[in-house]
Ligand binder design. Sequence first.
Ligand SMILES: [Zn+2]
Ligand SMILES: [Zn+2]
Length: 290
Amino acid sequence: MTKPAYPVDLHAHSLRSDGVLEPAELVALAAERGVTALALSDHDTLAGAAEAIASGERLGVRVIPAVELNTESEFGDAHVLGYFLDPHDDALEARLRWLRENRGRRIELMVENLQRLGYPVSLARVLEIAKGGALGRPHLAQALFEAGHVRSYDEAFDTLIAKDAPAYVERVGLTPLEAVRLIVERGGASSLAHPGTVVGLRELLPRLVDAGLTGMEVYYPEHSAAWTAELRALADAFGLIHTGGSDFHGRGEHGGGLGCAYVPAATVPALESARRRIGAGTAVGRRTTP
Ligand SMILES: [Zn+2]
Ligand SMILES: [Zn+2]
């Protein structure tokens, strides 16, 4: 029997990026687990938002449209979550499309590298695994596993496609500051995801706060109690909202079960009012959603 879930989960992925469930299936699972507020935070896309919101309305789950923007820089993997974004915002969609196209090119280059290294996988199969979602290394890992080149999905990451592994290709995309600014500009509230993957967190954080960062993912399945306490103190020092989420994918090298991370009851209202405060001042011409 799995542990009962917490009622709020602000970090989850569907098939529209690298999760395994359709957005509606993800929301159904949330309802089944007693999650009443769920942020669908696919990488670089809001494509699942409408389906998730509609299914949430039927099942009594409040779905918050969100994205996770991966950035790679001297600060390591800094992932920025953007909440309460408008799925019909064309300017935002244009930026997200650019990010997705770069993802596609990067995966193509990695497929070429794998071919050269003697681990051929077909790009067509990788695309099939992604089922039209924003392409990522997890899809490639799955294809490597299926082709019998590795004994497990994790081994594909560890030996071939992790940073510094032979087939790895650097991402072209946003810097962490650009990611935060994009979310602020489009009227959303932002949070620094799983800060443990950031190199030089104390150096990066004040810059992100200057750029308009609203929160930090203090609660995450892989955080120890000590690390959580440290992050809580750090968030408070910068006036950041404590967010949390499972990073549920349904498979993969990170994250946990849906609803497995604690999120304070005040978090969602705080994100909403922060977003209104920011949005009122900066997002000129932004479409408003109820
Ligand atoms: Zn992430
Ligand atoms: Zn994630």
